[in-house]
Write a protein that binds this ligand. Structure first.
Ligand code: NAD
Ligand code: UGA
Length: 458
């Protein structure tokens, strides 16, 4: 079959593969190829066991794979062969040298730019899909413009706003698609080309355009605002616990103001995931770099409150379990950083588990999707850790349940049965405020929610 467009994505991760699967699904006349240096990942995308759990993803991959969606290891030939290249490689926080623990590590990004330069034999549109510091496109352009001869590269910014767990719906019905470009003739032409792809399924009024730098910065700012809401509500949850106000009631009252809105006001153990912390730190670094110290410290406080919330949660467990966890069995319910994903990157469960182990507790971790990743996150950490998928078996014989992920299945557990199997007095720390606290209290648990009065028999 002759395809109308040939699209490549470099980076077959949580963003690259699902977003390209959506393009392939919506545009059967386009050929979409995804490449990665990680060959195991490519093999997994070509297998029946996809490397990423995301509701609805398997269906669209199965429908398109081998027809107009391809996963390949041959980066050189794919670069040569495609005219439109999305770059969705990882951009983690730098762990060394200047800007360590703050700035984005752009080594993968730069390697990709050099690969594109090396293997291209014709002009191409290169699209930043990774989240990047503002002005990264400039560096990309400088590398690419060292091409000799007639080959020209036009760099666009097209940040991705999908969230894990709801990625397929977010990709199918996004709030907006943002395309940043230069306002030059070739920049506008490339922008129209990319708009044409999204316009296949997204209403034009939702496809917005801006200059390159606004687009890069908007992505960092969107994540910073979302994380800020989580830290704001979490900071107030601490005050609720001191004053007998109830965080759910406060969030409802505040969120009904249409200017504030009711989303992202769930108090818990803090935000996790691969991006919020990294992107805010990146913003903090940028502000410091440009000499905006006060702005930098304003945004840094969002990350500090997130850490504070996790420390508070651990202290609460320790204080209420008579000041010692040594030798006690704690059942950790949920390790993914949020429900409906197997992703455990930066999950609050990592820090909380480490602290429980540091107190010499024995931990039994249960999660419906993330146990493999949990074991990877905690590999090399000393202590007594067991991984048990079945919640009832995991909880049996434990002194406490600690809910760390908002999996729906935890709302529907038979807590009476669980209570019977536990050591008494039985403790329940609900780090996500997802279960019926009064009911669990009446069963016999000592219940400790977030930002609400504890219900205890002690
Ligand atoms: P990821 O680590 O899951 O995937 C990145 C992939 O890029 C990896 O498989 C890696 O092997 C590959 N890679 C790195 N260098 C390469 C190279 N030179 N050539 C080919 N492949 C290479 O990361 P992710 O979660 O998909 O995130 C990618 C980017 O998207 C990041 O900048 C992130 O901030 C941003 N983002 C992520 C999400 C999310 O929900 N995870 C949402 C929006 C934006
Ligand atoms: C987030 C953004 O929502 C996406 O728009 C963005 O594209 C993405 O980051 C990214 O750039 O990587 P994601 O991290 O997948 O998506 O998930 P969120 O739903 O934003 O949740 C992030 C964390 O905040 C989770 O740990 C979640 O449990 C926590 N959270 C969220 C709360 O504690 N309370 C809330 O009210 C909302």
């Amino acid at each position: 079959m002759k395809f109308k467009k040939k699209i490549l994505c470099i980076g077959a991760g949580y963003v690259g593969a699902p977003s390209m699967a959506m393009i392939a699904y919506k545009c059967p006349d386009y050929r979409v190829t995804v490449v990665d240096i990680n060959h195991e990942r490519i093999d997994a995308w070509n297998s029946s066991q996809l490397p990423v759990y995301e509701p609805g993803l398997e269906r669209i991959v199965k429908e398109t794979r081998g027809k107009n969606l391809f996963f390949s290891k041959d980066i050189a030939n794919q670069i040569k062969d495609n005219d439109i290249i999305f770059v969705s490689v990882n951009t983690p926080t730098k762990t060394y040298g200047a800007g360590a623990d703050m700035a984005a590590d752009l080594q993968y990004w730069e390697k990709t730019a050099r690969q594109i330069l090396k293997y291209s034999q014709s002009s191409k549109i290169v699209i930043e899909k990774s989240t990047l510091p503002v002005k990264t496109a400039l560096a990309m352009e400088k590398i690419l413009s060292s091409a000799k001869g007639r080959i020209k590269f036009e760099v666009l910014s097209n940040p991705e706003f999908m969230a894990e767990g709801t990625a397929i719906n977010d990709l199918e019905n996004p709030d907006r698609v943002l395309i940043g470009s230069h306002e030059t003739k070739s920049g506008l032409k490339a922008r129209r080309e990319l708009m044409g792809i999204y316009a296949r399924w997204i209403p034009l009024k939702k496809i917005i355009t801006s200059n390159l730098w606004s687009s890069e910065l908007s992505k960092l700012v969107a994540n910073a605002f979302l994380a800020q809401r989580v830290s704001s509500i979490n900071s107030i949850s601490a005050l609720c616990e001191k004053t007998e106000a109830d965080i759910t009631e406060v969030a409802r009252a505040v969120g009904m103001d249409s200017r504030i809105g009711n989303k992202f006001l769930k108090a818990g153990i803090g935000f996790g995931g691969s991006c919020f912390k990294k992107d805010i730190l990146n913003l903090v670094y940028l502000c410091s770099y440009y000499g905006l110290k006060d702005v930098a410290s304003y945004w840094e406080s969002v990350v500090k409150i997130n850490q504070y919330q996790q420390e508070r949660f651990i202290a609460n467990i320790l204080n209420n379990m008579f000041g010692t966890l040594a030798g006690k069995k704690i059942c950790v319910l949920g390790f993914a950083f949020k429900a409906d994903t197997s992703d455990t990157r930066e999950s609050p469960a990592i820090y909380i588990s480490q602290q429980l182990l540091a107190e010499h507790a024995e931990i039994i971790i249960s999660d419906p999707r993330a146990l493999k990743n949990a074991a990877m996150e905690l590999s090399g950490i000393e202590g007594n850790i067991k991984y048990v998928e079945d919640t009832y078996r995991a909880a049996a014989g434990c002194h406490a349940l600690v809910i760390l992920t908002d999996w729906d299945l935890y709302r529907r557990l038979d807590f009476r049965k669980i209570y019977r199997s536990m050591v008494k007095p039985a403790f329940l720390f609900d780090g996500r405020n997802i279960i019926d606290h009064k009911k669990c209290f009446s069963i016999g648990f000592n219940v400790y929610p977030i930002g609400k009065k504890a219900l205890t028999h002690l």
